[in-house]
Design a binder for this molecule. Structure first.
Ligand code: B4P
Length: 193
């Protein structure tokens, strides 16, 4: 199995690049943001609770997202690898993911961390908010709160994986194809190592 984490702040291109990477490498895409939005669309109790937090730019509790990932791994026994998009977002989620993968005799092979300036993030997300129907993309104060959550809780994920030498920083500003090329080069180098 080849498992990768696409890491970065909100709006850094994780969702955009994930679509292209899964097509190239045949990985199963697991996006906790997409899983949560599907719960919201189905108006499940979990979705209704998650929406309140997401609309304020806050993270959903660790137990909830870890449970979703546990189920998704169990539901895809034939996957040749996973691309984790937007997960893990806290150190506790990182440790839980490592423990879960160990039960499948697997591990995270690489963490690709997209680097984008805060002004560019805000610009992209407000722009997406014009068409996406995502309520967390329409208000600048909510977008800034998401970025603050990222600095407070999520940037620790990169530190956690850096201690195992698994993090590769990728310049996340530029055109989508150029950035995709940088990501592919990093994956190919890791696979060849
Ligand atoms: P997510 O769904 O993960 O979304 P995101 O971080 O906002 O965006 P992403 O990074 O995927 O967007 P992309 O750049 O592709 O999270 C939403 C919320 O769910 C969180 O705030 C949280 O509340 C909750 N949540 C999710 N996972 C959780 C977890 N593990 N634990 C707790 N809570 C969790 O796209 C952004 C825009 O940029 C697009 O319009 C795109 O077209 C554009 N773009 C992309 N690349 C570009 C480029 N190179 N140049 C210009 N524009 C670009």
């Amino acid at each position: 199995m080849f498992n990768l984490i696409l890491f970065g702040p909100p709006g850094s291109g994780k969702g955009t690049q994930s679509e292209k990477l899964i097509a190239r490498y045949g990985l199963k895409h697991l996006s906790t943001g997409d899983l949560l939005r599907s719960e919201i669309a189905n108006q499940t109790p979990l979705g209704l609770e998650a929406k309140k937090l997401m609309d304020q730019g806050q993270l959903v509790p660790d137990e909830v997202v870890i449970g979703m990932i546990r189920s998704a791994l169990a539901a895809n026994p034939a996957a040749k690898g996973f691309l984790f998009d937007g997960f893990p977002r806290t150190k506790a989620q990182s440790e839980a993911l490592d423990a879960l993968l160990t039960t499948y005799n697997a591990a995270i092979n690489v963490v690709l961390a997209l680097k984008v300036s805060e002004e560019e993030l805000v610009k992209r997300l407000l722009n997406r908010g014009l068409t996406s129907g995502r309520s967390d993309d329409t208000k600048e104060d909510v977008i800034r709160a998401r970025i603050a959550e990222y600095h407070a809780k999520t940037s620790a994920v990169a530190d956690y994986y850096a201690q195992f030498g698994k993090v590769v920083m990728i310049e996340g500003e530029g055109n989508v194809e150029e950035i995709f090329g940088l990501l592919c080069s990093a994956i190919d180098a890791k696979k060849a190592a």
